[in-house]
Design a binder for this molecule. Sequence first.
Ligand SMILES: CC(C)(COP(=O)(O)OP(=O)(O)OC[C@H]1O[C@@H](n2cnc3c(N)ncnc32)[C@H](O)[C@@H]1OP(=O)(O)O)[C@@H](O)C(=O)NCCC(=O)NCCS
Length: 207
Amino acid sequence: MLTVETPRLLFTSTPTSVMRSRLTVSDFLAEVEVGRCETAGPEGRLTVHFPEEWPGEDALRMFPIWLARRERSADTGPWCDGVVVRREDHLAVGSMGFKSPPDATGTVEIGYAVNRSLWRRGYATETVEAIVTWALTRPEVRRVTAECLESNPASARVLTKSRFLQVGRRPSVEGELLLWECRAPVARHDRPAPERARIAGEPAGQA
Ligand SMILES: CC(C)(COP(=O)(O)OP(=O)(O)OC[C@H]1O[C@@H](n2cnc3c(N)ncnc32)[C@H](O)[C@@H]1OP(=O)(O)O)[C@@H](O)C(=O)NCCC(=O)NCCS
């Protein structure tokens, strides 16, 4: 399990039980183990509200596939999908994470979505920056990649703001895909949110 806190948000690996629940229920509360952190305190647990619009239609379509993968393969640790929780009210506001563990070249790909009613509040950028910063501290990671449709300027903007560079493009059945990567550490630049991002269990300032 990986938990990363930013000023407004908390990212944590999505529990398997939550994925299973979401396939049958569309608005529910669930206890989520997040580890000792500022949001959860020493108990390390939060009651999270998962609204109907979480995790978004793309991620929801993937849930059966991700569940099947979890059942047949070894624990992937932090390299899996996660939930973005708003710290002030423990609402699940997005779905984000790593598509698989880093490959032999040290490449790991991210995917991300925010509940439609909460777009344009900076939530995607704040969390993408935080999890990419964390990933690039791992010795097994050399670069983080992402893909977005050319017809999705909001997604491209999130990546640009998170210091990704466009490195290519390729056609897909849904349209032209832009390919992005981030190699340099993104922790130390002039945006305040990721500078204060923290990994649960670590003292402030280590992220
Ligand atoms: C892409 C997505 C994650 C962005 O989430 P978000 O929380 O609204 O993103 P942020 O608020 O951090 O940043 C969005 C940026 O895109 C910009 N933006 C939004 N719509 C835009 C548009 N139609 N054209 C250009 N820029 C746009 C915003 O102005 C903002 O940039 P700014 O801060 O410079 O003003 C969200 O739209 C989403 O979940 N979409 C559906 C799933 C998806 O497309 N995921 C990406 C798959 S590659």
